[in-house]
Ligand binder design. Sequence first.
Ligand SMILES: C[S@@+](CC[C@H](N)C(=O)[O-])C[C@H]1O[C@@H](n2cnc3c(N)ncnc32)[C@H](O)[C@@H]1O
Length: 265
Amino acid sequence: MSVAAALVERAASASPLIVQDAMSELADADELQFREEIERYPDPLVDIPRFIDGKELVRKLAFSLHEAGISPAGEIVELGAGTCWLSAELARRPEVRRVRAVEFSERRIRSLAPVAIAHLGAQADKIERHVADFYAHGLEPGIADFVFTDAAFHHAADPARLVRVAWDLLRPGGCLVLFREPTIARLRRTRDHGEEGEHGDFEREYTSREYLELLSDGGFLPERYTASGGWTTPRARAILHPPLSWLNGTLFAEYTYVGRRPAIG
Ligand SMILES: C[S@@+](CC[C@H](N)C(=O)[O-])C[C@H]1O[C@@H](n2cnc3c(N)ncnc32)[C@H](O)[C@@H]1O
């Protein structure tokens, strides 16, 4: 067995796995089938690190947290965690006690997540993997200091309900972070949904205003911060600085959304 495979095996046995069978009526059967049977990961030991590093996910997260002035700590829940790379990256922080990663694809969370955890060198026993529908996660209310989504909020068939799910999970004063959720730009109204688009209709598109309204309608104090599209190309680097950064809302719409649950109420 290679060293990488041994580290993955160790992560898989150290990270608790809890399977919740009941799904809500909102869990998308097409997406679940896509994740379980169609999506291809021919060599997860190569594919998952390539996905994390190729998309510069760790650096993008650090940038967004810095922009938003957020230091994740305590108890965290990630909804729609997929490969769990974000849960793993947050678990690396000593101030984070535990991350509960909720994902309805058992294949993703059982076999792909340990690769991300091992690749990022996270402490696997701090990451509790929950195979569960994010509308019916089975977790206790008020347990989280932070709730995160990474490119998963826009997969919710009922986004207002998912905002309520996050609200209920958070303690008063807690914070919901919507990271890498695609935003419709003023001059770019639609996105190509790639292979996902061929197997269902589970990706939605929202304007920046719609994300902020969803948060405020759910009781959160909504905030929006510029996010990074990456650093590898000159274009991606250029949009982080004036004058191109002034066109973010018109052309690129790279944002992170934050909802703060008031400490009282
Ligand atoms: C675009 S992926 C992003 C996942 C993760 N951030 C990553 O990079 O691997 C969206 C994720 O949401 C999950 N998802 C969609 N609907 C869900 C539901 N009802 N409950 C739990 N997870 C769900 C999908 O299975 C998928 O893993």
